[in-house]
Design a protein around this ligand. Sequence first.
Ligand SMILES: NC(=O)c1ccc[n+]([C@@H]2O[C@H](COP(=O)([O-])OP(=O)(O)OC[C@H]3O[C@@H](n4cnc5c(N)ncnc54)[C@H](OP(=O)(O)O)[C@@H]3O)[C@@H](O)[C@H]2O)c1
Length: 255
Amino acid sequence: MTVANFSLAGKVAIVTGGSRGIGRSIAVALAEAGADVCVAARKPEALEETVAAIKATGRKGIAVPTNVREAEGLQNLVTETKKQLGRIDILVNNAATNPQFGPIANLEERAWDAIMNTNVKSAWLLSKLVREAIKEHGEGGSIINVSSTGGLRASGGLGGYSVSKAAIIMLTQVCAKEWGTDGIRVNCIAPGLIKTEFSRALWDNEAILKNSLTQSPLRRIGDPDEMAGAVVYFASGASSFTTGQTLVLDGGGLA
Ligand SMILES: NC(=O)c1ccc[n+]([C@@H]2O[C@H](COP(=O)([O-])OP(=O)(O)OC[C@H]3O[C@@H](n4cnc5c(N)ncnc54)[C@H](OP(=O)(O)O)[C@@H]3O)[C@@H](O)[C@H]2O)c1
């Protein structure tokens, strides 16, 4: 018997936005820890590349092309995962968008709706569906949401996105409080600036990058792989007495 059990052997996970960036790293890390993994995003080709990386670990991997903004698509994601992988134990709500940079006063209503529907509503709807799937086997499970340091401190030019990421932190707390008796733990990670396509505008611009590095005790930005260990921890028995928490992974920027 292991004291701190990080193994996910026998578990099945869904990772939204699992085709690239942080979601891809999380999907592969969950597989390395022993889980079979379903990845969901819109573009099928990129999903297939992640599936190949999952299979290279020796675990089962499947792709279910999904737009998380569509409720029917979320239902299909859960149905297909159960059909192809047998059950669901772990959900990582990682997919998110930010279609417009700039002051919140200039944010278009369409962009606000896209942000809230993709980043918040989808996580709520999918969490409810996965809760039902976890209750079917009755062995408990773990939901991990991906917020941002922008959800804890207002980010310049990313106002609507920051509001959505603050909502994700509270969604984590509410679900943790209400679903603990179902054996479901709900936790959250809040990454700082991580080198992905999503954040290219922030690290490709020398002045913005310099400002970020000055504020960072580690004097660098993060790599997507550096987000995955915390998710494996929250998904596994190693964190069995932890729920409702948000772990900041920002190289100390908020310290
Ligand atoms: N990078 C950072 O600096 C940073 C910092 C803090 C928090 N985060 C958070 O980390 C998470 C991942 O971001 P990332 O940087 O890894 O971004 P990324 O590289 O752009 O990846 C985003 C993923 O989400 C998917 N996606 C986007 N919209 C979707 C939709 N409507 N339906 C289904 N899938 C969708 C994308 O695939 P498709 O386009 O094919 O759908 C892709 O797989 C997000 O929640 C983000 O807010 C990132």
